[in-house]
Every structure is written in structure tokens, then in C-alpha cells.
Design a protein around this ligand. Structure first.
Ligand code: GLN
Ligand code: ZN
Length: 759
């Protein structure tokens, strides 16, 4: 019979137990031993849960106190020199110093850089390597967790990040070639694999997700060299795991490597099954990733079963394993805990536990157990019924999208005309100043929101509190001398959740936590149905702010791509269709804001870049619909209405054409940390519209003085036309305190005034 396996489980715990333990430990409230006890308890609980759900083999070493890439660096002693002194005091302190920085006992160490794990919302720590780097097997975590699982009676498969992906995901601090370190890295891998073999591991999984990326010849050569070296040693059998996409042009490479099995993602890339079956050597097993490790929907038997039947016919039962497409760390743990969800909405959903249960049923169906067939037929019938459940299809929205004219993406006039009209109607000084939207979310605000949610604070009281806050923010901005004001977003818990809660088609879970990085978790909203906007969402707040002042108030919306990117999205429609539905809802909001007298409207798209597909060949298609969605949202307004967008990242090289095609009248971007370097991309492209390169790094409590901001602005003016330049912080101010904000914005206005005198 085919085995049910999986390659990783959410480690944070159903009630975020690991988060709590980590944060208590960091506060000094619990010692390292207590933290490690919690970790052990969670591992044991999760293995038990997985086996009870039907897994035959469980992964081990998928657990991490912070991040699996950091674990790999520490495992192989790739510890930058600055952290060594902390490590020699305590390995745990050293580990957390690398993860979070360390300011204690005379040390002041910054953390490793953090970046996104492929195209997920998980972030890993980027190992820092250098030429001549030495590696050594420095700890026994994989071995210890294997023994731990075995002693609990489980059949366990250690999971390791493979050597080539490890290097490709690292950076060298001296600019040297990462792959040149491969030969030094392999001996400790060999040593570890030997130890695991001695301990009785029959299989080890080596994760090589980089196999789904565009690889060059050097990368491919590194794969060949690495796996030849591992094959020459005594190791358990090796499962080479790819996920997050198709192997594509790396398939021939993957099947040429001397390993014993291959895991492929048949959710994101079901079309690769035939090619994989054709190419798979007779000695390989195939681990078929057939249920979605990235999303929270039940799988469709009508899609999955034919894939599995085909693989079974070709390979037989012994050579076929059933698995989720990737580690389950990207989904919440257990849908059973969502007791408050409407059962109709819950029925088509599956979290980690339910996904393993599904795999069990598929395995039983392959073995022709009649109950399994019945269960799958019932599941398919349920999904078919759900597709027509109330709220899933909104005929009005479908029809509107179908008949949407291409004109909808166009502004009435080109930028130069709009610019002229806007400068008449808006009457702003040269080099106008503004902010990105949010002002400090004070403890009082957070408490009031929590109390309001809990029913402890009435609607009227909460409302007056928010109004008072808006008034305070408006008065402050007038007082400090900003030109385009905002209402400050005090009513928003989160920039996606706030809108999702007001749109049809969205739902929210109670315990649907997913690890974002370390102890930080997010609870992505779920898009289950067609998106529609039953009523205006922000007009009241922006309108109230505008009623308080003669200065223009900027309306503030979260853009369609960001709404999509930070949610769990239904899988029965193409993502771009869902995005267009959101764009239409936002278009109506933009229209209503305009009608309410709001002359400047910002549509934030901080997640546009992270939506880029993993393969370059897919970029253009994505960018085309992403830009189109933004333009649908912004397209309906008069020339006089000024559309802003905001993107807080520092890499525009790959997307500058798309950003220009969005044709926002003004874009604000993050530049203060790169000291305006990233403006280069805009300059080289001759970006014509307004730009506000951030002059205040809101991620840091440090308040720059006016001279420092002025210096940045001089740099900006070296390359931009004065008519183009706006002056603003890098991002919203919600995480900062009022005293810092008062100072920083005061300095910003002073630097703007100085610069105007110099013009
Ligand atoms: N308008 C949002 C704010 O100011 C933008 C946040 C973001 O870009 N991430 O908080
Ligand atoms: Zn931002």
C-alpha cells in the first residue's frame, strides 16, 4: 500500500504555544529548559496528531525554535564571528542573537537579514558566509529529534535543507561565490547522514526547493557535484524534495541525481506528472504532493484521484508515496478548532490535520477500500454543492466583470494634463509634504478596539474615541505644517483585515495562525466567495477628517494585489479574476471618496512585488494583470483627483516598467535606508510622474534631524525634477510612538521649507 507522508508541520502550536514560550523566554520569564520542554511537548503532540490523522511516516527536524534555514546554518557551524562570544556563553542565546540581534552584556549585535521564503509569507534568516568559510557538524538537533520521534514509537524521516539550496539561499558578505563553498560544506552533511543511518533512519529528505527556480549552469553543476559526493558516502536513502512549482527545465537534472526518490509539487504543477513519470528512474520512489500545503481548501477528488491512479499504474503501490505539495507550515493546524465558523463555510476547508486525513483517504482509495471511495465521492459532492452555496457566486459581480470595458483601466487624460489640472485645484506648495497614512496606534487605541470587539465598549463610545483621535491627528498635521493630510487610520486593525471585514466574500478564522517569522504569526483572511462591496468602507472617516480642515485630506485604501497576496484565496477561480473583483470593489470606493470631496486618494500596493512568480518566464503575465487591477481601481476618477500609490520596498529593477504603467500621479517608496540609491532605477527609466522617496526610516526608533533629511533630499534633487519630488516618510507611522513622530515630522517639514528656499 502507498505510504502517507509529509515534510513538515506548523510548529507554532494551535494556540501559539511556541510563540508564548519564546516571548516569555526572551523577556527572561522562563529559562531555556522550560522553553525546550514546550518545544518537545509540541513536537510530540504534532507527531501524535499526524499519526492519528493517518500519516504512516512523520518528518523530524522540521521543527524549529525560529527558522529552519537558521537551524541549518547553526547545524553546520556557519556562525558569523560577531555572534561567537554569545554562543560560547549559551548556544540558545547565540541562536537567538542571530535571529533577533542581541543587546546585552556589552554586546550590540544586529540580527541576520530576513527575507521571504520563495513566494510564501514565511520569512527566513539569510546565512552570512564568506570566502574560505569552514563548516563542521556543530550540533545534534536532527539526530536528537529523530531519536525523540523513534522513542515515541513513530516511523520518522529526518528533513534537512539540501546543500545546494542552502548555499543558494545564503549570501556571502564579501561578494565571493557562494557555490565555491560547496566542497567545504559536503563533509559535515556526509557525517550527519552517516550518523542518521547509524541511528536507524532508513530515509532522509533533502529539501531542494531551488530546483523549481531558473538555474544556470553553475547551479546545475553544483547539484551534480553535491549529490555525487553524498551518493559516494554511506547514507540513508535520500528523498530529493522539490516544491512550490514545476521542475520544468530542471527535471532532467533532478532525475539524473543519484538519489532514491523525488518529491514533486502536483498542486501548483499537476501538468508535470506525465513528464516526471516518463523521466523517473526505475530505482526512484515518487512522493506525489497532491494536497495543497499552501492553501486551506479541501482537495478535489476529481482532480487528485486521476493523478494518483496514473502514478499508481506506472509505479505500483510501493514506489508511490502520498504527501502534501510542500511543508504544512504554511497552513493553520486544525479546522476543528474553528467552532464559530458557519458550518457551510467550514465544509470546503482543510487545515494541516484535515489535509493528512485526506491523504489517508486517497491512500485507502488507491488500495480500493470501499469506504474510501464513498468518502471521496461525498467530498466531491460537497465541493460541487459548495460551489453554488449562497455568497460564493455573485451574479452581479460576475456580470460586471464580464462586461467591463477596456476603457475602465484608463484615466481621462494623460499624466501631463492631469498634472496641470491638479496643480490648479489642489494648490500645493512646491515639494509638497505628506505621510503614508497611519499615525501611532497607541495602547489606548488598541485597548479600545479590543474592548469594542469584546462588547465591553459600546459603538458610540468607540466611535467618539476614534473621532477624537482623527481630530488629534488632523490638528497635529496642521500644526506641524504638512501639506496633504491623512486621517491617521486609527480605526484599522490591519490594512487587509479592515477592508476584508467590510467586503462580501471574505471570512475570518479564530485560530488560523500561520508563522510569518520567529514568534510572529499572521491570521490571513480567507476569500471564499465573489468579492463585492455592500457599502462604502472609508468614506466616513476620510470625510470626517476633511470636514475638520481646509487642507486636502488623502483617502487611504489597500490595493487589490495586496488584498489578494495577504489572504488565503479561493482555488476555484484564477487569482487574477479574484483580484479583478477586488479591484472593482475598490473602484467603487474610490468613486465614492471622490464624490465626498476627497481630492487625493492613495491606493497602497506594498505586496505587488512579492507576488512575482518564481520563474521569470511568468513575470510579464503576472505584472500585466496586477497593473490592470490597480488601474481598474484607480481608473474611474476625474483628472483633478490625484491618485497616489505606496510601495515600501527597495527593489524596483525588475518591476519599474509595470510601476510606470500603473500611472499613479504620485508614488511613495522606501529609500531612506538605501540613502536614495534605489531612485536610480526610476531615474534610468526616466519615470515621469510624482515620486516621494522616503526620508525617514520608520522601522527604527532613531529620529533623523532636518540636516540628514535635507541631505537625502539633495540627493533626490540631483536626479529628479523639482516638480516631481514629494517629501514623506518611508511608510506608515503606526508602529512608532507620538514623541518620535512629532519630532521626525517636524524635522521633515523644516527640511522641506529649507529646500524650497533653495529652489
Ligand atoms: N497606509 C498604510 C499605513 O500607513 C500603508 C502600510 C504599508 O505600506 N505596509 O500604515
Ligand atoms: Zn509601506
Amino acid at each position: 500500500m502507498s505510504l502517507v507522508t509529509f515534510s513538515g508541520f506548523p510548529r507554532i502550536g494551535l494556540k501559539r504555544e511556541l510563540k508564548r514560550a519564546l516571548e516569555s523566554h526572551w523577556r527572561g520569564a522562563i529559562g531555556g529548559e522550560t522553553l525546550l520542554d514546550t518545544a518537545r511537548l509540541l513536537r510530540a503532540r504534532h507527531w501524535r496528531l499526524a499519526v492519528d490523522a493517518g500519516a504512516d511516516v512523520v518528518p523530524c527536524n522540521d521543527f524549529s525554535l525560529y527558522d529552519q534555514v537558521l537551524d541549518t546554518a547553526v547545524l553546520f557551524d556557519a556562525i558569523p564571528a560577531r555572534y561567537r562570544p554569545v554562543f560560547s556563553g549559551s548556544a540558545l542565546d547565540g541562536y537567538f542573537a542571530m535571529a533577533r540581534g542581541h543587546k546585552r552584556d556589552g554586546h550590540d549585535l544586529h540580527a541576520l537579514e530576513m527575507t521571504k521564503w520563495f513566494d510564501t509569507n514565511y520569512h527566513y534568516l539569510v546565512p552570512e558566509l564568506e570566502a574560505g568559510q569552514r563548516f563542521a557538524l556543530a550540533c545534534d538537533k536532527p539526530l536528537a529529534e529523530f531519536i525523540e520521534a523513534r522513542e515515541l514509537g513513530h516511523r520518522a524521516r529526518p528533513v534537512l535543507l539540501g546543500p545546494v539550496s542552502f548555499l543558494l539561499l545564503s549570501k556571502t558578505v564579501d561578494g565571493s561565490d557562494r557555490l565555491a563553498l560547496l566542497d567545504a560544506l559536503l563533509p559535515p552533511y556526509v557525517e550527519l547522514l552517516g550518523q542518521l543511518a547509524d541511528a536507524g533512519a532508513d530515509w532522509v529528505q533533502l529539501d531542494e526547493p531551488c530546483l523549481v527556480l531558473d538555474l544556470d549552469n553553475d547551479d546545475r553543476a553544483a547539484y551534480r557535484r553535491a549529490y555525487a559526493a553524498l551518493a559516494a558516502a554511506r547514507t540513508p536513502r535520500l528523498l530529493l524534495a522539490s516544491y512550490f512549482g514545476a521542475l520544468g527545465d530542471n527535471l532532467a537534472l533532478a532525475v539524473s541525481l543519484p538519489v532514491d526518490g523525488l518529491h514533486v509539487d502536483l498542486v501548483r504543477a499537476s501538468e508535470q506528472l506525465d513528464a516526471v513519470l516518463d523521466a523517473l528512474p526505475a530505482s526512484f520512489i515518487l512522493s506525489a504532493g497532491v494536497v495543497d500545503g499552501r492553501n486551506i481548501w479541501r482537495s478535489r477528488p476529481e482532480r487528485v484521484l486521476p493523478l494518483l491512479r496514473k502514478a499508481q499504474a506506472c509505479l505500483g503501490d510501493e514506489r508511490l508515496w502520498l504527501a502534501p505539495s510542500c511543508s504544512l507550515q504554511h497552513v493553520p493546524i486544525d479546522l476543528e478548532a474553528e467552532t464559530a465558523l458557519d458550518p457551510r463555510r467550514r465544509a470546503p476547508m482543510a487545515f494541516a490535520r484535515q489535509k493528512l486525513e485526506e491523504l489517508r483517504v486517497y491512500a485507502d482509495a488507491l488500495a480500493d477500500l470501499p469506504e474510501a471511495h464513498a468518502a471521496l465521492a461525498a467530498q466531491q459532492a460537497l465541493l460541487d454543492t459548495q460551489a453554488h452555496a449562497p455568497g460564493v457566486v455573485n451574479a452581479g459581480v460576475r456580470n460586471r466583470l464580464r462586461t467591463l470595458s477596456p476603457q475602465a483601466t484608463l484615466r481621462r487624460s494623460a499624466y501631463p494634463t492631469r498634472r496641470a489640472t491638479q496643480s490648479e485645484t489642489l494648490v500645493l506648495p512646491p515639494l509638497p509634504t505628506t505621510t503614508i497614512g497611519s499615525f501611532p496606534q497607541t495602547d489606548a487605541l488598541r485597548r479600545a478596539r479590543a474592548d469594542h470587539r469584546a462588547g465591553k465598549l459600546g459603538d458610540d463610545a468607540y466611535d467618539s474615541l476614534l473621532k477624537a483621535e482623527v481630530e488629534r491627528v488632523v490638528r497635529f498635521q496642521e500644526h506641524v505644517g504638512l501639506d496633504v493630510l491623512v486621517h491617521g487610520e486609527p480605526e484599522r486593525n490591519d490594512m487587509v483585515e479592515y477592508f476584508g471585514e467590510q467586503l462580501d466574500g471574505y471570512l475570518f478564522t479564530k485560530l488560523g495562525w500561520v508563522q510569518s517569522y520567529g514568534s510572529r504569526c499572521v491570521k490571513p483572511p480567507v476569500i471564499y466567495g465573489d468579492i463585492a462591496r455592500p457599502a462604502p468602507m472609508t468614506v466616513r472617516w476620510s470625510g470626517y477628517a476633511q470636514s475638520l480642515t481646509d487642507k486636502p485630506v488623502k483617502g487611504m485604501l489597500t490595493g487589490p494585489v495586496t488584498m489578494l497576496q495577504w489572504s488565503f484565496v479561493r482555488d476555484d477561480l484564477p487569482r487574477e479574476t479574484v483580484c479583478r473583483q477586488i479591484a472593482l470593489a475598490l473602484r467603487d470606493e474610490v468613486h465614492d471618496l471622490e464624490a465626498a470631496g476627497i481630492g487625493v486618494i492613495q491606493i497602497d500596493e506594498p505586496a505587488l512585488r512579492e507576488g512575482l512568480p518564481l520563474r521569470r518566464a511568468d513575470w510579464l503575465a503576472y505584472l500585466a494583470w496586477a497593473v490592470e487591477c490597480f488601474r481598474i481601481a484607480a481608473g474611474g476618477v476625474r483628472d483633478a483627483t490625484q491618485i497616489h500609490t505606496h510601495m515600501c520596498y527597495s527593489e524596483f529593477n525588475d518591476i519599474i516598467e509595470a510601476v510606470a504603467a500603473m500611472d499613479a500621479d504620485v508614488i511613495s517608496i522606501e529609500t531612506s535606508r538605501s540613502r536614495m540609491e534605489l531612485l536610480d532605477t526610476f531615474v534610468r527609466f526616466r519615470y515621469p510622474n510624482g515620486i516621494g522617496p522616503g526620508v525617514y526610516d520608520i522601522h527604527s526608533p532613531r529620529v533623523p534631524d532636518a540636516a540628514e533629511m535635507l541631505d537625502l533630499l539633495h540627493r533626490a534633487l540631483d536626479v529628479l525634477q523639482p516638480e516631481q519630488l514629494w517629501i514623506n516618510p518611508d511608510c506608515g507611522l503606526k508602529t512608532r510612538g507620538w514623541p518620535e513622530v512629532e519630532l521626525a515630522l517636524g524635522h521633515m517639514v523644516a527640511s522641506a521649507r529649507q529646500l524650497r528656499r533653495e529652489l
